[in-house]
Design a protein around this ligand. Structure first.
Ligand code: FE2
Length: 391
């Protein structure tokens, strides 16, 4: 495999992996010399025993803490602004994000605004943040988003229904506590969708124009780990070890994409999820096979190695057969995970297709896709994957 000698950087937070890693949170409150943390989380998580155990641990180290749980899936700009206002009013000095990508991205937004002021959507784009935020500890509860290790924060602009990507070293958390215990309470469909999000991170990072040796190693291992464990992890009777392997796969995929960036699947999924408020992992799962199809000939060697990591027998196969085998396996995986091949919408017209395509073309993730996609090509893919919902 060709290794680039162009300049590349690799950024990662401090990471602790293992069973009950979340309970290290108390010790790190002391390390950061914090007196009043703000917990940013999802309302649905607060009833679980593992959540209460975590809060108990926090309580051993501080007398006072604020919980902010006004966060929806695909976090909105006004949720970030509300959280930042509360953080400053309560004079908090540390953020602990507990949840999937949505609460963690919201926490990152709160961190940016609380130290830099202004309006969160002003920070859209690459390296637009000046000051670092307060320390941020993340306890992820899904094996997919990897916001707990990444330089990305995705915030939904609720006025224009567009997801805005904020990419900066300043949003890399200080500490990620990678613990499989919280994931044991996760719904199997959510496990499947978030797992496919992680798989997409690894594939897009590996074929990205900004790949590097350090991101390649992580991306390839992530593809293998996720491929071997995603089906078992998405079953009702999943076990802790399988979930842990999925978390490691997702972690490695997160480190890879945080540094190598993503591609057309994410550019199109951000636009789709933003306009129609659909789950991120579902959008990626639907789009992945279509993007691999158009990208394949622009990165044949790398897609062949991806196929090998997925255990496909492509040793003596020609280019077309390798592509078909890879597409077939990605489709099979999606079907085995019971994720639909289409996104269903109430209204399907030219205006929606144009808006979706314009959003994807403006997304920074499109820049690192191996093939430079045109508006026409992006629109054609949206036409393929959208279906009008029957009333
Ligand atoms: Fe993603």
């Amino acid at each position: 495999m060709e290794i680039t000698m162009e300049l590349r950087k690799f950024v990662a937070p401090e990471i602790i992996t293992g069973v009950d890693a979340r309970l290290m949170v108390g010790r790190y409150i002391t390390h950061f010399a914090a007196a009043k943390p703000m917990i940013v989380t999802d309302k649905n998580l607060r009833t679980f025993q593992w959540f209460q155990d975590t809060m108990e641990e926090v309580g051993k180290y501080v007398h006072d803490c604020i919980v902010f749980d006004d966060v929806t899936a695909n976090p909105r700009e006004y949720e970030v602004m509300k959280g930042a206002e509360l953080f400053l009013a309560e004079k908090c000095d540390l953020i602990i994000a507990i949840g999937g990508g949505s609460p963690i991205d919201c926490a990152k937004g709160i961190s940016i605004v609380s130290s830099n002021g202004g309006y969160i959507l002003e920070y859209e784009g690459v390296d637009e943040i000046n000051l670092p935020g307060p320390p941020l500890i993340c306890i992820p509860t899904t094996a997919g988003a990897s916001a707990d290790v990444s330089q990305f924060a995705i915030i939904n602009d609720s006025v224009n229904h567009l997801k805005k990507a904020i990419i900066s070293k300043k949003v890399v958390p200080d500490l990620a506590l990678i613990d499989p215990v919280p994931l044991m309470t996760m719904d199997p469909y959510l496990t499947a969708c978030t797992g496919m999000d992680a798989m997409t991170h690894a594939i897009e990072a590996y074929v990205s124009n900004a790949n590097s040796y350090l991101s390649d190693v992580r991306a390839l291992d992530a593809i293998r780990l996720i491929n071997e464990n995603i089906i078992k992890a998405s079953q009702e009777n999943h076990d802790l070890y399988t979930i842990y392997l999925m978390m490691l796969g997702s972690l490695e995929a997160g480190l890879a994409f945080s540094n190598a960036s993503l591609g057309a699947v994410h550019a199109m999924a951000h636009s789709l999820g933003g306009l129609l408020d659909l789950p991120h992992g579902e959008c990626n799962s639907i789009l992945l096979e279509h993007i691999v199809n158009v990208n394949f000939e622009f990165s044949v060697e790398r897609y062949t190695l991806i196929a090998k990591q997925m255990g496909l027998d492509v040793e003596n196969a020609n280019q077309e057969d390798i592509k078909l085998a890879l597409l077939n396996w990605i489709r099979t995986l999606r079907k085995k995970l019971q994720i639909a091949g289409y996104a269903f919408v109430d209204t399907l017209n030219d205006e929606i297709l144009d808006k979706l395509s314009e959003g994807a073309l403006a997304d920074p993730c499109l820049v690192t896709n191996p093939k430079l996609l045109t508006m026409k090509e992006v629109r054609a893919i949206y036409e393929k994957i959208l279906r009008r919902r029957e009333k």
